[in-house]
Design a protein around this ligand. Structure first.
Ligand code: 76R
Length: 247
């Protein structure tokens, strides 16, 4: 058996994608719509307070295309808290005007391929910050799930630790060229959802997603071993932009 990579886990993640029932929303009277928005703003304020206290983080983006209209990406300490968040949203008046489009459950993950031997990662504040990241409020989000292939000669899980580490080093070197342009959050979802990882990327310039993902396709670990699910791409929202969108 090959040596398994060691992983560190941080906050649990829920990507909650919703579609708006525009017909019902447009038919609702103004007073109901206004109170629905007020209630939503109260919820957003609670999420902001959690983020300010450093006990979780939430990203809120519109989704371009027909896969969904918007996404909440929540990070919290426990699955119970994530569950409570989705239930709280589902109980709002506004949620009655939404239809679940997609969801993804995972946990922020760092693997030890690039770890410094002989050091305790949990004593390193940079590692802690990466395990419990405050999500950036950058213009764009890109989310997709992925697996590492297990087929014939292309079976990631049969490779030695050294072979995998060499490929992950090359992967990391490409990624680092996008430092400051793309922020990546890798969440592990083995045992939680249908794919092995969720990849969430943030950028001010959406073209950087295309450039990074394309460049990685030529790198061995993605070229030989990457299998990908559906891609979601979107634009930053806040309470004000959302209210304008719903006008
Ligand atoms: O520098 C480090 O310490 C981290 C190095 C690193 C690891 C271990 C790293 C860097 N990644 C790692 C792990 Mn990544 N990453 C992806 C995708 O579309 C594709 O082809 C793949 C999707 C992108 C775009 C991306 C970006 N990475 C992983 C893992 C877990 C693998 C495992 O454990 O087997 C996956 C699934 C994955 C996928 N990666 C980076 C990036 C970027 C931008 C970086 C540089 C980050 C930085 O240095 O800040």
């Amino acid at each position: 058996m090959s040596e398994a990579a060691q992983t560190l886990e941080g906050w649990y993640a829920l990507h909650d994608f919703r579609t708006i029932n525009w017909t019902a929303w447009k038919q609702a009277d103004v007073s109901l719509r206004n109170s629905a928005l007020d209630e939503l703003h109260t919820l957003f304020k609670e999420w902001k307070d959690v983020e300010d206290a450093g006990t979780g983080s939430t990203a809120f983006y519109s989704i371009v295309g027909q896969k969904a209209d918007f996404v909440f990406m929540h990070l919290r300490d426990t699955l119970e808290e994530l569950n409570a968040l989705e239930v709280a949203f589902n109980k709002t008046t506004f949620a009655q005007f939404t239809i679940p489009a997609h969801s993804y459950v995972s946990v922020v993950e760092l693997s030890n391929y690039m770890a410094q031997p002989g050091t305790d990662p949990l004593q390193n504040p940079e590692i802690i910050a990466r395990l419990k990241p405050i999500l950036p409020k950058w213009n764009h989000i890109c989310f997709y799930p992925m697996n590492k292939r297990r087929e014939g000669n292309d079976n990631w899980y049969m490779l030695s630790m050294d072979e995998r580490r060499a490929m992950m080093r090359s992967h990391g070197m490409i990624g680092r060229q996008y430092a400051g342009k793309v922020k990546q959050i890798i969440t592990g979802s083995v045992g939680f959802d249908n794919w092995e990882w969720g990849v969430t990327l943030f950028a001010e310039d959406a073209l950087q997603f295309k450039k990074l993902v394309y460049e990685m396709r030529f790198d061995e670990v993605s070229a030989r071993f990457g299998d990908f699910g559906e891609f979601f791409v979107g634009n930053l929202l806040d309470g004000g932009k959302f209210a304008a969108m719903l006008q």
